[in-house]
Ligand binder design. Structure first.
Ligand code: NAD
Ligand code: ZN
Length: 379
């Protein structure tokens, strides 16, 4: 079969790989029909995720038709067209039982933090991903659901990650009616967080980025205010002024290690000591939220754990909430938002390319070229 093949930082191509096989009675093999590239894939692409092995296939946002099922599979049958959450979740470990499907223990027992994720290095279990013609789906009875009839498959594929992640960002923010919410990052996740913030009753939603076409898109699609941080002077001062002088009620970090990577040199001194600088989205979020406020973090950071200005967190009495989205927990609610017409995630898809053009697709998305918000690969 054809599959995306990682060759090293910023080098991906499509190549022939062996067909996946059923390895466990709860597995299924799917023929992939749509597969997106995510901002999270860019951390892998740029070589920033430990133990990302040459030859691996990325892709954790896909739909597919069931070709074969293992002997213990009960809820899914050959021919079903599935939405597959990016979390690989066993459904019965202590974390899955709490609804923490992103922290499943059984799917990634070596790790102390994240559960298994499709196509996300050996730190997330070493599973091959869905940027391929076929993929093995473990625990297929647990997370995946059949695409509801009448649902556009472009909407469905965004239920595998970015809509749930944006929604959970807003949910973790504990948004109350009338709150001012500031979101850092106008990528697919930040844009879906902005859209979701309204669903929780926000009174004012502001998004921040430095890419003008994304800010324009966010203004139109999520009907929020949008600012280029390069023209704000000190964003923290700006947000204080534009709120009530006290700061935002809720700040959301939908950037992650991109900004952290750029800012590491500024923040970390010669021996890795924290120097105090506030150039990252996470610093801006912590410093822009009001005292007693909530900072909700869905941006992915990997091991860069020296970045939190913890003194400010303590002195301001902040609550930090963070996680991988728990997609299976959120699916029923978000399916309802789509079927009722309240949210149309498919509008963020700007590029549709054959799997064979995977290298171009990564390049366009990574470099933010050609108005790209969300690219989708069609095997
Ligand atoms: P993306 O790369 O398309 O978007 C990130 C945006 O942040 C870009 O538009 C970039 O210009 C902007 N940005 C960079 N530095 C900034 C700064 N200092 N302030 C404001 N904006 C800044 O990625 P995406 O697909 O939208 O994903 C965003 C983040 O969410 C990534 O870190 C990704 O790994 C993470 N993510 C997390 C989960 C989860 O479950 N927690 C799921 C999906 C994605
Ligand atoms: Zn993703």
């Amino acid at each position: 079969m054809l599959a995306m093949n990682y060759r090293g930082p910023q080098r991906v191509r499509v190549s022939q790989k062996p067909m996946p096989e059923i390895l466990h009675p709860q597995d299924a093999i799917l023929r992939v029909t749509r597969s997106c590239i995510c901002g999270s894939d860019l951390h892998l692409y740029n070589g920033n995720v430990p133990d990302t092995r040459v030859g691996s296939t990325f892709g954790h946002e896909f739909l597919g038709i069931v070709e074969e099922v293992g002997s213990a599979v009960q809820n899914v049958k050959v021919g079903d067209h599935l939405i597959v959450p990016f979390n690989i979740a066993c459904g019965h470990c202590t974390f899955c039982k709490q609804g923490l499907f992103g922290n499943c223990h059984e799917s990634n027992p070596q790790a102390t933090a994240v559960g298994g994720i499709f196509g996300y290095s050996h730190t997330a279990g070493g599973y091959d991903g869905g940027q391929a013609e076929y993929v093995r789906v473990p625990y297929v009875d647990v997370g995946p659901v059949v695409i509801p009839s009448g649902m556009d498959h472009d909407d469905a594929v965004l239920l595998t990650d970015v809509f749930p992640t944006g929604y959970q960002a807003a949910e973790m923010g504990g948004i109350r009616k009338g709150d001012t919410v500031v979101i850092f990052g106008a990528g697919p996740v930040g844009i879906m967080a902005a859209k979701s913030a309204w669903l929780f009753g926000a009174g004012r939603v502001i998004i921040v980025d430095h890419i003008e076409y994304r800010l324009d898109f966010a203004r139109q699609y999520a009907q929020c205010e949008a600012y280029n941080f390069r023209s704000l002077g000190d964003p923290v001062v700006f947000f204080k002024k534009t709120t009530d002088g006290l700061g935002a009620d809720v700040c959301i970090d939908a950037v992650g290690a991109e900004a952290a990577g750029n800012a590491m040199q500024t923040i970390l001194g010669r021996k890795g000591m924290l120097q105090g600088g506030s150039t990252t989205a996470l610093h801006w979020a912590i410093n822009s939220v009001k005292k007693g406020g909530i900072v909700s973090i869905v941006g992915v950071y990997g091991p860069t754990d020296a970045l939190v200005p913890i003194g400010n967190v303590v002195n301001k009495g902040l609550t930090l909430r963070a996680n991988q989205a728990s997609v299976p927990r959120l699916l029923p609610k978000l399916i309802d938002h789509i079927m009722s017409g309240r949210v149309e995630p498919k509008k963020i898809i700007t590029h549709r390319m054959p799997l064979e053009e995977v290298a171009d697709a990564y390049h366009i998305f990574s470099e933010k070229l050609d108005g790209c918000i969300k690219p989708i690969l069609i095997p």
